[in-house]
Design a protein around this ligand. Structure first.
Ligand code: PMP
Length: 361
């Protein structure tokens, strides 16, 4: 099989020019005499890779100087625990707005360390919407308010930054980072695992307002301490050098492709093609998420008869469309359309969906 359109939710598709460059540089990175994964993280070659990745990420997202950037060996889940240890005093309140599975996971990571409060949740409605801001019960004494900017499984995405007053807003951008402009200044902390829009799994990114790093937080080992990690340029211990290098290549590719504005346009086109295929199917396909907050990154949908699921997946694969099986939490299908997915891939999937319906409907 040649390379297919890959709709995996993460680990996910990586841009082909990035894979090709990594392939070219695999045996020897520039003049290093070895590949990038075989040399010291403290040597000049890797330090330049690491610093360039930060410079390019700052340029891509528009990260102001009063925000620090950390590259973390743990993914998003790890940050969900570390944010409590670093930014909440022992037993301090922390507010969570839960709009899907990953918000629930975030709660479980922070619960041992904070007075965890659910400020709002759409669980009762099956996570198909975002509770109206007026209904949120926020605590003025909270260390932070946590939201999941884009829920990868439930396909729900914040389309506006909620105003939470003076308490810093912390957001899990794992699924949607760099897919459209972000107003970084509206957030205290933005974090993401890289394996969707930023490259390979095994590294994460934390973007945090520097003044928050002055908080005492809670007793924690050095390796869990963001302030110490920042002072050590995210190299308190051996960092995941390969992943960092791949992230750097991916960010560079996104800049070359026109930056986040270009990806916002593509995301709009891709998600529109898929939602039109679902909504125009007369109920053959379904997505019950409130249209105002449907995700541009992850399009979950079900077939009207789940007995057809396997045939859909098998025939999609035959047609060169892979990674469409939905998450076990929801079942059905899910098309993840991150930055590495070209518009043609989404258009091809939409055409396949119409064709499948014609034959099986
Ligand atoms: N948050 C979101 C929105 C996710 O999609 C995921 C992973 N799919 C996670 C958190 C967990 O990330 P990790 O596996 O990197 O810990």
């Amino acid at each position: 099989m040649s390379r297919a359109y890959n709709f995996s939710a993460g680990p996910a598709a990586i841009p082909e020019p990035v894979l090709e460059q990594a392939q070219r540089e695999m045996m020897e990175y520039r003049d290093a005499g070895a590949s990038i994964v075989e040399i010291s993280h403290r040597g000049p070659e890797f330090l330049e890779v690491a610093r360039a990745a930060e410079r390019d990420l700052r340029a891509l997202i528009g990260i102001p100087d009063d925000y620090a950037v950390l590259f973390t060996a743990g993914g998003a889940t790890t940050q969900q625990a570390l944010m409590a240890l670093n930014f909440a005093a022992p037993g301090q309140a922390a507010d969570y707005v839960v709009t899907g599975h990953w918000g629930q996971v975030a709660i479980r990571q922070a619960a041992p360390y904070v007075d965890l409060r659910i400020a709002a949740s759409s669980e009762a409605g099956g996570f198909r919407s975002i509770p109206a801001r007026e209904t949120w019960k926020l605590s003025p004494e909270a260390a932070y308010v946590h939201i999941t900017a884009s829920e990868t499984i439930h396909g729900v995405e914040f389309r506006h930054v909620p105003d939470v007053g003076d308490v810093p807003l912390f957001a899990d951008f794992s699924s949607s980072i760099a897919s459209e402009p972000i107003e970084v200044r509206r957030y205290g902390m933005i974090y993401a695992g890289a394996q969707k829009n930023l490259g390979p799994v095994g590294i994460g990114v934390v973007i945090v307002r520097r003044d928050l790093l002055e908080r005492d937080g809670q007793p924690r080992a050095h390796v869990f301490d963001y302030r110490r990690q920042l002072a050590a340029e995210s190299m308190l211990n051996t960092p995941p050098t390969w992943n960092w290098y791949m992230l750097g290549l991916t960010v560079r590719w996104m800049l070359d492709e026109g930056g986040v504005e270009a990806f916002a346009r593509r995301s709009e086109a891709k998600s529109k093609a898929l939602y039109e295929a679902v909504d125009g199917s007369g109920g053959f396909y379904r997505n019950d998420v409130d249209p105002a907050v449907r995700s541009r990154m992850n399009v979950p949908f079900s077939l009207h008869d789940d007995a057809l699921d396997q045939a859909f997946l098998d025939e999609a694969r035959e047609a060169g469309l892979i990674g469409l099986k939905g998450h076990r939490v929801l079942g059905g299908m899910r098309a993840s359309i991150y930055n590495a997915m070209p518009v043609e891939g989404a258009v091809a999937l939409a055409a396949f969906m119409r064709d499948f319906q014609k034959r099986r409907g």
